[in-house]
Design a binder for this molecule. Structure first.
Ligand SMILES: [Zn+2]
Length: 74
């Protein structure tokens, strides 16, 4: 089952998670190994190459919002 969790300004970890994604780091394991997946319009999927955590982010060039989209096998 894939759990989708919105990470918006109301989210308690918004600053930490968005800050990590902007710095191209995984919010969960701090690896600098984020792999870009499909990109459509104003959003893009990013997956961590180490732990597999996935995020759908917007905008790709300057992330303001993210959704946690579950983990894939790393
Ligand atoms: Zn990770």
């Amino acid at each position: 089952m894939t759990m989708i969790e919105d990470i918006d300004r109301e989210h308690p970890d918004y600053g930490r998670i968005i800050g990590a994604l902007r710095a191209d780091r995984c919010p969960d394991c701090d690896a600098s190994d984020m792999i870009g997946g499909p990109r459509g319009g104003a959003s893009q999927n990013l997956f961590c190459g180490r732990c597999g955590s996935g995020f759908n982010v917007a905008q790709p060039r300057y992330i303001m919002l993210a959704q946690r989209i579950g983990r894939r096998q790393a």
